[in-house]
Ligand binder design. Structure first.
Ligand SMILES: *Cc1c(COP(=O)(O)O)cnc(C)c1O
Length: 413
């Protein structure tokens, strides 16, 4: 931190300072053996990460986008297929789908959790699709086979997986979790009466180790997790030019491997992840308490009792978002918008022919969401400064007042 007035949106410097010695040793060890690609460092991390996710296999790849793409391809998704996902996510979710040759179809999200609304999914499958003679589910408008569902565990909170997996079973669809923001998040399955880790519930899942994620490399990285040995083997081939044995290529693949140095760095940071996630949960609780002292009727996202969210982001909603963002910026407080334009209204997806109004929940969210500073090392004083500045903005813009007796109460209010 440069000065205690400034509250950055994200602090990637402090956590690496703590680990500097250990991380530098990784580079020295890599130079000594020159094992930069594959090898025991990658395998060791894959074992540890599979264990962390309570799943049988994890396969390291070069990014979260590749993880999603390889998981879909290895599941048999390809040209002519439809894959169902949500419009309020990072574009990589949809890119991975189109890069297999499939076409994304969106369903709207739940107002409280920002994640896929199982009722909208049911509606699409019941009304938007028909069953072909061979049992395949066909999108009525597109005339294409629906192959898979990609729920996104956005902001660190899992989607309602019982309901989604039940529909997937009923319609014989594959579920691939986009867990790129949810390392360590948990979901209570009412069906199986137990907590489950993000990445262990679908046929496969994709994780990103982009530096800003809850578990981040010092560069790019990703992983596919799965219970299915066959799928893990296919992803291993896809990431390495379609070969299981050097120069014997069973299929055409990609250059999509995880670096040994990144794997080793991730292995060191993985040991800290549970503590870091707990710190994020703690910070989120503090934000909620501080914000509850104001009577502004703003929606901080809800954490249902069946989720343990790992708060990749802490998101509030406010109608005068742009003005608040500017005001916080002027006070030295960093914020972000995740995401300002839902995918169905992005220029890149004009060809999908969606319109404004197609997904009202996602569209309103896009206009109102604001991500506050969130990282494990965030301090109480910093959070108080953030909420103090929000309160001041609310008072000035006549949006509401702190509750009486709150620490933000102002004489005359
Ligand atoms: C970060 C992210 C991805 C892509 O991960 P990369 O490692 O950047 O390729 C995909 N989906 C979501 C929801 C993400 O947040």
């Amino acid at each position: 931190m440069t000065n205690n007035k400034h509250v950055p949106f994200l602090d990637l410097v402090t956590p690496h300072q703590e680990l500097r010695g250990e991380l530098l040793d990784v580079f020295n060890a890599a130079l000594d053996c020159a094992g930069f690609i594959g090898g025991p460092m990658v395998e060791g991390f894959e074992r540890d990460f599979a264990e962390f996710c309570d799943v049988a296999h994890s396969v390291g790849v070069s990014s979260g986008t590749d993880a999603l793409r390889f998981a879909l391809m290895a599941s048999g998704v390809g040209p002519g297929d439809v894959v169902v996902t949500v419009p309020n996510t990072f574009i990589a979710t949809a890119e991975a789908i189109t890069q297999t040759g499939a076409r994304p179809v969106f369903v709207d999200v739940d107002e409280q959790t920002y994640n896929m609304d199982p009722e909208r999914l049911r509606e699409y499958l019941e009304l938007g699709c028909t069953r072909a003679k061979r049992g395949e589910v066909i999108d009525r408008k597109l005339g294409r086979r629906v192959a898979a569902i990609v729920p996104v565990h956005l902001y660190g909170q899992t989607a309602d997986m019982d309901a989604i997996c039940e529909l997937a079973d009923q319609y014989d669809l594959i579920v691939i979790e986009d867990a790129c923001q949810a390392h360590g998040a948990e979901y209570f399955s009412r069906k199986d009466q137990c907590w489950k880790k993000a990445g262990s519930m679908g046929f496969a899942a994709a994780f990103s180790f982009y530096p800003g994620k809850n578990l981040g490399a010092c560069g790019e990285g990703g992983a596919v997790t799965t219970w299915d040995e066959g799928l893990a083997a296919k992803v291993r081939m896809l990431r390495d030019h379609g070969q299981a044995q050097k120069y014997y290529h069973q299929v055409e693949g990609y250059n999509g491997r995880l670096d040994a140095i990144q794997a080793c760095i991730l292995r060191i940071k993985l040991k800290r992840l549970s503590v870091w996630n707990d710190a994020r949960r703690c910070a989120a609780r503090r934000y909620s308490q501080l914000l509850a002292e104001m009577d502004l009727g703003w929606l901080a996202g809800k954490e249902p009792s069946w989720v343990k969210c790992v708060y990749h982001l802490f998101v509030i909603r406010v109608a005068k978002r742009e003005a608040l963002m500017t005001e916080l910026g002027a006070a030295g407080i960093g914020t972000g918008i995740h995401y300002p334009v839902p995918l169905h209204l992005q220029m890149a997806y004009r060809s999908l022919e969606y319109q404004a109004g197609d997904f009202p929940v996602a569209e309103t969210a896009a206009a109102e969401v604001l991500s506050l500073p969130m990282y494990p090392q965030l301090m109480i004083e910093q959070q108080e400064r953030v909420v103090g500045a929000i309160t001041q903005f609310a008072l000035q813009s006549g949006m509401g007042a702190p509750k009486r007796n709150s620490r933000y109460a102002v004489a005359g209010h």
